[in-house]
Design a protein around this ligand. Sequence first.
Ligand SMILES: Cc1cc2nc3c(=O)[nH]c(=O)nc-3n(C[C@H](O)[C@H](O)[C@H](O)COP(=O)(O)OP(=O)(O)OC[C@H]3O[C@@H](n4cnc5c(N)ncnc54)[C@H](O)[C@@H]3O)c2cc1C
Length: 453
Amino acid sequence: MAEQSKYDVVVAGLGPAGTVALWHLARMGFRVAGVDMRSWSDLWGKPCGDAIGAHHPREAGLPELPGKVVKNRVTAIDIYSPGETTRYRVTGEGYIIDRRAFGEWLLRDAIDHGAEAMLHSFVLGPIIEDGRVVGIRVRRGSRVEELRASLVVEATGFTRVIRKKLPREWMVSEDIEPTDYEVAYREIIEYEDYRVEEPSVIRIYLDQEAAPGGYWWFFPESETAVNAGLGVQNGKGYPNPQLLYRRLVERHPLFRHRFRVRTAAGAPLPTRRPSNTMVGPGVVVIGDAGYTVNPLHGGGMGYAFRAAYFAAKAFEEAYNRGRVDEETMWSLNKNYMDAIGARQAALDVFRIFLQRLSNDDIRFGMEKRLIPEQDVYYTSTEGDIKLSALEKASIVLRGLRRPSLLAKLKTVADYMRRVKSHYLSYPETPKELPRWVATLEEIYREYRARIEG
Ligand SMILES: Cc1cc2nc3c(=O)[nH]c(=O)nc-3n(C[C@H](O)[C@H](O)[C@H](O)COP(=O)(O)OP(=O)(O)OC[C@H]3O[C@@H](n4cnc5c(N)ncnc54)[C@H](O)[C@@H]3O)c2cc1C
C-alpha cells in the first residue's frame, strides 16, 4: 500500500506553468504541493530560447523580476526574410531570462509561503476514482506515494504525463496532431573573438530550407553569449533540427567566428490553438501540456504563466463555493480564451498558411510589405490582419499579377476572424462544449480544404 497525503492542490511539473500555479496557490493560503523530476540545479531546465515579453510576468500577477533573473534586456526583434533581403524591426520591451534563477526565485518564495516542493520525484500518473482525478502517484527514491487533492494541476509540459492517462472520452484528454507541433534544438554559445552588434536586438530568420515550417533564431544573452537554435515542423518528414542546425553553423557568417558551446539540447513544443478545454473532472491542464504556446512564434512561457494564474484564481473561486468540479473551474477556460486563446487560435490559422509558403513567397511578401512592418506586432499579438493592410496588399498583388496569393491572403484573414469570434463565444458551461468543438472542427476542415485547394 502506497503512503498517502492530502492537499488542496497538487501540481505535477514545476516548470514555468507549475511553479507559477504553486506560487499563487501558496500565497492564497492553500495547502499545496508540487512535484518535479528535476533538482534545484536544473529547475526549469527544459531547453528554451529564454526570450519573454516584459508584460508577461506583470499580467500573470508576478512581482518585478529581480536582477539575477534577467540576463539581457531586449528592445526589438529583427525578422529577416529568406536570403536576408528584407528586415523588419519590431520594437518592444523584453528580457532574456535565466530560467533556473527564475524558477528558484519563485519556488523558494512559494515554499516560504507554505508550499511543499518535491524535487527529484517522478509523477507516474493520475489516480482516478468515481469518474474524477483525485490525486497523483509519485515515485520518490524507491517509494511510491499517493498525493491526494481536490484538484490536480497537469503542468508536465509536452510530456503530458497526467493528460495522456486520462480516459479518452474525457474532452480534456484531447491529443495533438503530429503536424501541430515543432521539434526545436538550441545551443548557448560563447564567442571568443567576436562581439555581437546590437545585443539588445533579438533576431528571427525565416527560411524554409534552413528551418522548414519554423524559423531559426539568434538571441544574444550579452555581447559575447548567444542562445541560437531552430524549430522545424513535425510530421512532415523534414530532417531533424540538430542536423539542420549543424548545416546552418557551417554556412552562416554569424558562426564563422571562434566560439565554444556552453550547453546544447532539443525538445518538442506545441504550436496550435489552445486545448479545446483545459478543465476536466478534478484536473486542469496548463502550459505546454494545455497547448498554450503562441502558434506563430512558439513563445510559451508568458502564456504558461497566464494559464497558471487563471487556474489558481479559478480554484480559489471554486473552493469558496465549496465545490471543485468542471463547472466551478470553468472560469479558467473562459478567462484564458477571452484574454489569449481567441488570438492564439487566429494565429494558428495564420501559422497553417505560413508553413505552406515557399521561400519565394515569403521573400516576396516581406519585400512588398504585404503586412507592413508597423502591423507585425499587431498581427502577431492580436491575431488579426488589418483591413488597411489587406487593401494595400490587394493593390500590390493585382499590379504584380499574383491573384492566387491575394485570394489566399483574403481567405486567411477571413478565417482568422471567424475562428477568433468562435473562441470569443466560448461556452459558458461544460455541457455546451461538444457542440462548440464540432463547429470549430468544421471551420478548420473548411479552411484547410480552401487553403490547400
Ligand atoms: C528549443 C525551444 C525554444 C523555446 N524558446 C522559447 C522562448 O524563447 N520564449 C518562450 O516564451 N518560450 C519558448 N519555448 C517554449 C517554452 O520553453 C515552453 O512553452 C515553456 O517552458 C512551457 O512551460 P511548462 O511549464 O508548460 O513546461 P516545461 O517547461 O516543459 O516544464 C514541465 C516540467 O515538468 C517536469 N516533468 C515532466 N514530466 C515529469 C514527470 N514524469 N515527473 C516529474 N516531473 C516531470 C519537467 O521536469 C519540467 O520541469 C521554447 C521551447 C523550445 C523547445
